[in-house]
Design a protein around this ligand. Sequence first.
Ligand code: ADP
Ligand code: MG
Length: 233
Amino acid sequence: MPVVELKGVTKEYMLGTTKVEALRGVDLEIERGEFLAVAGPSGSGKSTMLNMFGCIDVPTAGTVRIDGTDVAGLNDKELTRYRREKVGFIFQSFNLIPVLNVYENIEFPLLLKKNLTKKEREAIVMRFVEEVGLSDRLKNKPTELSGGQRQRVAIARALVTNPLIILADEPTANLDSATGTKIVELMRQINEIEKTTFIFSTHDAHIMREARRLVQILDGRIVDAGTSRAKEA
Ligand code: ADP
Ligand code: MG
């Protein structure tokens, strides 16, 4: 069963009296464990598509299934819980909490899980702190970190709840190309180790090359759905 399935998905926005068709009939299946890039120029519909995967927006028409569930059947409360449990988000601008240090930022999503003790949270946080290579930065605040380090914090924060899918909307857009490449390589390592499905968007050719599957989108349509290289290896 695919972890994400879009069928005939369209998304229209009204911009004043003008209708903008951000997605124009998208069919796509993503399997568990894929390391997939959605690539296309600015305005092609990448963010709109990722918002569908993350259930932060609903389609105008068509079906979105996440882990086999048609999300149209969920009410707001169920949708919120679904998103919290199934999806980890990584943002272009990192979105860390400035008053919290590295450890506390990564721990933050776990505080919503009432059944975990402090010790259990610590074990999870430290595992991912090590995985992203920030063991010596635990007490630092986000402003004391480089862009690459901040994005590492965001990756660890996205992982602690053990989500089914990690969504990263242009995660390297605010990084220089060498740092951006390292960040995507790190995500790929984690994809390999944890088997977490990673879906990221980019318009950078260097970053696309790191993907195991490349879905190319233009004017709201998939022009190439790519094939997964994950199974070959
Ligand atoms: P990308 O992420 O590839 O740059 P987007 O998904 O953000 O593309 O946008 C696709 C199209 O939809 C663009 O034409 C954009 O202007 C339009 N769009 C996106 N979000 C909105 C919105 N909230 N209201 C109106 N138009 C929007
Ligand atoms: Mg975008």
